[in-house]
Design a protein around this ligand. Structure first.
Ligand code: BG6
Length: 504
C-alpha cells in the first residue's frame, strides 16, 4: 500500500479526550502497519501547558487502552509526538505557533505539508481556520494544506450554512475534510461492496421487492460525563443528522459511475435531497422522542438522564429518537424507512435490516412468524460484524410446516480479521488526499434541511411528548406504533445470528 507524502499532523484540542482515545491510538496502529510517512510528526496543540514528554506520557496510556492492536506502544512512535501550548482564541498568538510548526517541519523534513485537525469545541471551528489563513497556513502552493473538521458541523441548517461559508472563505472545498466517523467503519464501506459487487442484491433493491428498511443504532450506555454537551445536542443532532442519515444514504443511493470521491458523494447527496420533508405539523406523527428514566438494569440501579452530571433536572432533551420517512425518487417511492437510536437501550448494536416483500400468496399460511417477518437481510455494522439472511425452510417431517432459518457470514470467520478502526482509515485517507469517506458541504446542508423542521417543531410545540423509557428497555412503546400492521422493529442481540440464544 502506498504511504502518504511526508507531513505534519497538527491536532488542535490535543489535551482532550478524542485525541487520547481515538486519534493517537489510530496513529499508533498506522505506525505499526508502516502506513505513516517516513518523515512524519504530530504537533498537539492545546491550552493546557504540557511538555513534549508529558504529552507523550498521556498519549501512551491512551494507546495502551484504546489502540486496536493490543501489543503496547510501538517502538519509535512516541518520539513522533510533540506539543505546543497556546491560546488558540488569540489571533496574535498564531505567529509563535507558525514558528514552532516551521521549526518542526525543518527538523522532521516533512516538506511543508500540513494537516490541521480540529478536535476542539465547535465554537473554534471558524476561528482557528481564520487565524491559520491570516498566517498564510491555508496556502498550498509550497506543500499541501488540509483541514479536518470534527462533528457537530453546525447545530441547525442556518449555522451549518454559516460555517460552510466561513470555512470556504479560508480553505477550498477540496482542502476541507468533514468527519463522520461512521463512514470510516469497515462494515459501512462494505455496504457499497455488498450492493454493487453482487448481481443478486441489486435487482431486488427497490420498491418492487423491498417492503421497508430499518436502521437501528442503539447504545447501552448513558451520556456519562458528556451531559453538558448532550444538553445542547440530543439524539437527533448527535446521531440522526449525521450517522443514521448517512447509513440511509448508502442503503438508498444509486450505483456511482466510478469509485471516487465525487461520484460517490454525488449519489449520497442526491438521496439526502430526495428525503420527503416532514413538516412541523407532521412531526408528532412521524417522529417519536424519548428520554431514559431511572431503572434497574441487570440488578443494578441506573440513573435517569435528568440525574446525570451537567443535565438540567427538568431537561426535555431527547436521548432516543425513532422516525419514519420516505425517499421520493424512482427507486424508493412508497417504501417506508424506519430509523431509531438511543442511549441506555438493552445493547450496543448498529444494523440495517432490509425487509423484503412477502410472497404474493401465502401457500403455507399457517405459519404466522414467516408471514410477519418475511425475508430479511441484516447488515450488521457492529458488533459481531457480518451479514445475515433470514428465510423460511420446511420443518423436516410430515406436512409443510415452515420455520425461519439463518444464513450468515461473520467477519470474525475471516483468516485475517483485523478491522481497522474508523479513525485509522479516515486519518490515512486524508493523509493520502482522498476525501471519498468524508462528508461534502452540500450533503451536510441537505441533512440539516431535513432535520430542521423537526427541531423547530420540538422547540415551538412543547406539547409534543418526550416519552420516558426505563433505562435498559428498547425505548418508548410509542415507537412501535410507527411501524404499521403486525410488524415490529427487530430487537437485535449482540450476536448477529440470534436463532438459539440472545446475548445482550
Ligand atoms: C458519536 C456520538 O458521534 O457517536 C456519541 O457523539 C455516540 O454520542 C457515538 O456514542 C457512537 O459511535 P460508535 O462508533 O460507538 O457507534
Amino acid at each position: 500500500m502506498k504511504r502518504p507524502d511526508n507531513h505534519i499532523l497538527v491536532i488542535f484540542g490535543a489535551s482532550g479526550d478524542l485525541t487520547r482515545r481515538k486519534l493517537v491510538p489510530a496513529l499508533a496502529d498506522l505506525h505499526k502497519q508502516e502506513l505513516l510517512p517516513e518523515k512524519f510528526a504530530v504537533l498537539g496543540v492545546g491550552r493546557t501547558p504540557l511538555s513534549d514528554d508529558q504529552f507523550r506520557e498521556k498519549m501512551s496510556t491512551g494507546i495502551s487502552e484504546f489502540a486496536s492492536k493490543k501489543d503496547g506502544v510501538p517502538e519509535g512512535f512516541l518520539e513522533r509526538l510533540h506539543y505546543y501550548a497556546f491560546n488558540t482564541k488569540e489571533g496574535g498568538e498564531y505567529e509563535g505557533f507558525k514558528e514552532r510548526l516551521q521549526a518542526l517541519d525543518r527538523e522532521t523534513g516533512s516538506q511543508n505539508n500540513f494537516i490541521f485537525y480540529l478536535a476542539t469545541p465547535p465554537s473554534m471551528y471558524s476561528l482557528i481556520p481564520r487565524y491559520l489563513a491570516e498566517q498564510g497556513l491555508n496556502k498550498d502552493d509550497q506543500g499541501f494544506r488540509r483541514l479536518i473538521v470534527e462533528k457537530p458541523f453546525g447545530r441547525d441548517l442556518e449555522s451549518a450554512l454559516e460555517l460552510n461559508k466561513e470555512l470556504l472563505g479560508y480553505f477550498r472545498e477540496e482542502q476541507i475534510y468533514r468527519i463522520d466517523h461512521y463512514l470510516g467503519k469497515e462494515t459501512v464501506q462494505n455496504l457499497l461492496v455488498t450492493r454493487f459487487s453482487n448481481g443478486i442484491y441489486e435487482p431486488l433493491w427497490n420498491r418492487n421487492y423491498i417492503h421497508h428498511v430499518e436502521v437501528t443504532s442503539s447504545e447501552d450506555i448513558g451520556v456519562g460525563g458528556r451531559g453538558g454537551y448532550y444538553e445542547e445536542s440530543g439524539a437527533l443532532r448527535d446521531m440522526v443528522q449525521n450517522h443514521l442519515l448517512l447509513l440511509t444514504s448508502l442503503v438508498a443511493m444509486e450505483p456511482p459511475a466510478l469509485i471516487n470521491a465525487e461520484s460517490i458523494r454525488d449519489e449520497i447527496v442526491k438521496v439526502l435531497q430526495s428525503l420527503r420533508p416532514i413538516s412541523k405539523e407532521e412531526v408528532e406523527k412521524y417522529v417519536i422522542r424519548g428520554q431514559y428514566i431511572e431503572s434497574q438494569v441487570r440488578g443494578q440501579q441506573v440513573k435517569g438522564y435528568r440525574q446525570e452530571q451537567g443535565v438540567d433536572p427538568q431537561s426535555r432533551v431527547e436521548t432516543f429518537v425513532a422516525m419514519k420517512f420516505f425517499i421520493d425518487n424512482w427507486r424508493w417511492a412508497g417504501v417506508p424507512f424506519y430509523i431509531r437510536t438511543g442511549k441506555m437501550l438493552p445493547t450496543r448494536v448498529t444494523e440495517i435490516v432490509i425487509h423484503f416483500q412477502p410472497t404474493p400468496h401465502h401457500l403455507f399460511a399457517d405459519d404466522e412468524a414467516i408471514i410477519r417477518n418475511q425475508n430479511q437481510l441484516v447488515i450488521r455494522i457492529q458488533p459481531d460484524e457480518g451479514l445475515l439472511l433470514k428465510f423460511g425452510m420446511k420443518v423436516p417431517g410430515a406436512g409443510f410446516r415452515v420455520q425461519e432459518v439463518n444464513m450468515d457470514f461473520h467477519y470474525s470467520e475471516l483468516a485475517d480479521a483485523y478491522l481497522p478502526s474508523a479513525y485509522e482509515r479516515l486519518l490515512l485517507d486524508c493523509m493520502l488526499g482522498d476525501p471519498t469517506l468524508y462528508s461534502r458541504g452540500d450533503a451536510v446542508e441537505a441533512a440539516w434541511k431535513f432535520i430542521d423542521p423537526i427541531l423547530q417543531a420540538w422547540k415551538e410545540q412543547p406539547c409534543i411528548k418526550v416519552h420516558g423509557y426505563p433505562a435498559g428497555s428498547w425505548g418508548p412503546e410509542e415507537s412501535d406504533d410507527l411501524i404499521e400492521g403486525e410488524m415490529t422493529w427487530r430487537y437485535p442481540c449482540k450476536n448477529l445470528s440470534d436463532g438459539t440464544y440472545c446475548e445482550l
